[in-house]
Design a binder for this molecule. Structure first.
Ligand SMILES: [Zn+2]
Length: 175
């Protein structure tokens, strides 16, 4: 959600520019809003976009020492069907996505070092052809909050029509 602004528009050609604008239009805000309202419905309260924390996590749950990022699959190069690389200026985009990805990793590590637990909810779990009902995703978030798992991800189940490897990493604790 914070990554789009970092593309310097005057360094890219017109076609790339219009691709960026198109992506910005469908950024992950929709997924984040879906999740926020579903979490609210089940009684969870959080603060938003805390800039004092590495990566300004989208949702912060101080009581659980936990933060949640809702990542757009495209900008954060999830590897699912939603994270394609544009055909033109491939190198530019590959480098851009790689940088986003390593920034995400750095932020997670910095948060963990400060004692926070980190959950990433991928957009594909909430929007598009692989989406689950937001209430179901919210329930998974809740059970993670109440667990002692330090790092986890919620992604869509593998799309049977996709040829990419499975990303059904539902609540796979990595620590
Ligand atoms: Zn995805």
């Amino acid at each position: 959600m914070k990554t789009q602004g970092q593309v310097t528009m005057d360094t890219v050609d017109r076609q790339t520019r219009s691709q960026i604008m198109a992506s910005v239009g469908q950024k992950d805000t929709g997924a984040e809003l879906l999740l926020r309202s579903a979490l609210h419905k089940i009684g969870l309260r959080y603060s938003l976009h805390d800039r004092s924390l590495p990566g300004s996590p989208d949702l912060v749950f101080p009581r659980f020492c936990a933060v949640v990022f809702v990542h757009g699959c495209y900008w954060h190069s999830h590897g699912c069907y939603r994270s394609t690389v544009p055909k033109s200026r491939r190198e530019f985009w590959t480098e851009k996505f790689r940088a986003n990805r390593s920034r995400d990793e750095r932020n997670s590590l910095a948060l963990l070092r400060r004692g926070w637990r980190v959950l990433t909810v991928w957009e594909c779990a909430l929007r598009g052809k692989t989406a689950a009902p937001s209430a179901a995703v919210a329930k998974k978030v809740k059970s993670w909050l109440e667990s002692s798992i330090a790092v986890a991800e919620i992604a869509a189940c593998a799309d049977p029509s996709a040829n990419s490897p499975a990303h059904a990493s539902d609540l796979t604790g990595a620590g």
